[in-house]
Design a protein around this ligand. Structure first.
Ligand SMILES: C[S@@+](CC[C@H](N)C(=O)[O-])C[C@H]1O[C@@H](n2cnc3c(N)ncnc32)[C@H](O)[C@@H]1O
Length: 289
């Protein structure tokens, strides 16, 4: 039996609503648009278009996955991040809009560094899809650097994303437990590490708990394990006038600041996300100790 675009949009929206998805109309359009490469205008002008049996079954399968709580961009296999499109894989966190804030805060830092010394070397710890390093390299031509992760699958995805986004000549990806395989200094050290306290993970939405990799979420008993490792290693890998920038959980501003300040870093700045929560902390290297 044939189905038109308009009919499959209506059917998809209904199935999403029935399964309790809040913004079913938007999600149906995003999923169908992404799968069939249909833009907003084509949704309006192409309502009567008859879908091939293959396209219709791809849409139905995607909607079924969404009713099982798989996030839209995981189903599509890629998501936008600032000016990039990033592929996702089972070993990568899906990058969040909050992390775009962190990148945007670092763009002027990187530009000033390039203006001063011709280049800016960035270390992105726990790089996942490569989102932070790749976006900085994309937005600031003098940026080069290393992205690390302990998840080999994530590093493979990050390297593919570097190729896809045209910055592969300025970045490398390295399997490393935080600083363990890093032996040089950087102008910027940045990280969005796992920061959820382990007992809290079970309470997270299905979309996060079941589909983001545990290693990308689990910050240990109090959520601060990664920050402790970063605090311990950052000084010997940061240039003397360098910047350390961290994404944090909504209630971690004081605990993470205390960890960094205990290692001699100077607090510079805190940024809030769109929900008004503390989300990004920026430190400078501070005087040599
Ligand atoms: C919250 S995710 C962030 C991913 C990416 N930077 C982003 O912002 O979308 C944290 C990342 O840290 C990595 N990770 C966890 N433990 C690590 C460790 N000991 N050393 C290096 N990376 C680690 C995870 O595999 C994951 O990719």
């Amino acid at each position: 039996m044939t189905v038109t675009l308009g009919e499959i949009v209506a059917r998809s929206r209904r199935r999403l609503t029935e399964s309790g998805i809040a913004d079913a109309a938007r999600e149906a359009r995003l999923l169908i648009g992404g799968l069939l490469e249909i833009d907003a205008t084509a949704f309006i002008t192409g309502e009567g278009r008859i879908l091939s049996a293959d396209d219709a079954s791809r849409v139905d399968d995607a909607i079924r996955r969404r009713t099982d709580r798989e996030p839209i961009f995981r189903i599509l296999g890629r998501r936008p991040f600032l000016r990039l499109v990033l592929e996702l894989s089972p070993e990568t966190l899906e990058p969040r809009p909050d992390t775009e804030l962190l990148v945007e805060r670092l763009v002027p830092v990187a530009r000033e560094t390039v203006a001063r010394q011709g280049r800016c070397r960035v270390l992105d710890l726990g790089t996942g899809t490569g989102a932070i390093l790749l976006a900085l390299a994309d937005m600031v031509p003098g940026v080069s650097g290393i992205g690390t992760d302990i998840a080999r699958g994530a590093l493979e995805t990050a390297a593919r994303n570097a190729d896809l986004n045209g910055v592969a000549d300025r970045v490398t990806f390295l399997e490393s437990d935080w600083f363990s395989r890093i032996d040089s200094r950087f102008d910027v050290i940045v990280s969005n590490p796992p920061y959820i306290a382990a007992p809290v993970i079970e309470t997270l939405a299905d979309e996060v708990r079941r589909f983001d990799p545990r290693r990308a979420l689990d910050g240990g008993a109090d959520g601060l394990d990664a920050y402790r490792s970063i605090a311990a290693g950052a000084r010997e890998h940061l240039e003397k006038d360098g910047t350390l920038a961290l994404e944090i959980g909504f209630d971690q501003r004081h605990s993470v600041s205390a960890l960094m300040e205990a290692e001699g870093f100077l607090f510079e700045d805190a940024l809030r996300d769109l929900g008004g929560n503390d989300r990004v902390l920026v430190f400078s290297a501070g005087p040599k100790r």
